[in-house]
Design a protein around this ligand. Structure first.
Ligand code: OFO
Length: 169
């Protein structure tokens, strides 16, 4: 069984994960519109991973005999700046998600819900990886982003990202 406090914070996290998927999809559409299909691919795959993150939370609440409560997903922005500005925005967004996940972890500790605490470790590790991946792209864009042929190569590299179903391990 799951207590109401933990249930509420996990339901709120589902909403944040689905909002993240919306935000990445909006970015993907934008990149496609401006002809950066590799950037579009990368953000679209990220959106699919965010849906997986939401679904893992969804399944966990049910597994704990809790109640899934879905709430309205905010509309993401639709006008964007340069690829570097977009990736800086992504980095800020992921740092916000990390702090939200950390709050779930500390609340699980406070409530002595060790199952939730153990579960959320997967997200903590995932956030380290996500922040690192985004940061590496920012570094490349800062170094080469003004050069059109370098941007072309970064786009090509991001086009090679493949989707792998994210499952809780
Ligand atoms: Fe981008 O992160 Fe989900 O959790």
């Amino acid at each position: 069984m799951i207590n109401e406090k933990i249930q509420n914070v996990l339901n709120a996290q589902i909403n944040k994960e689905f909002y993240s998927a919306y935000l990445y999809l909006a970015m993907s559409a934008h990149f496609d519109e401006i002809g950066l299909s590799g950037f579009s691919n990368w953000t679209k795959i990220q959106a699919r991973e965010e849906v997986d993150h939401g679904m893992i939370l969804f399944d966990f609440i049910i597994e704990r005999n809790g109640k899934v409560e879905l709430s309205q997903i905010d509309v993401p922005e639709t006008s964007f700046g340069s690829p570097l500005e977009i990736f800086e925005k992504i980095y800020e967004h992921e740092k916000y998600v990390t702090s939200s996940i950390n709050c779930v972890a500390s609340m699980s500790d406070e409530e002595c819900d060790l199952a939730a605490r153990n579960f959320i470790d997967w997200y903590i590790a995932e956030q380290v990886e996500e922040e690192r991946n985004v940061y590496k792209i920012i570094l490349k864009l800062k170094m080469f982003g003004d050069d059109k042929s370098a941007l072309f190569h970064i786009d090509k590299e991001l086009n090679s990202r493949e989707y792998n179903l994210h499952v809780y391990k």
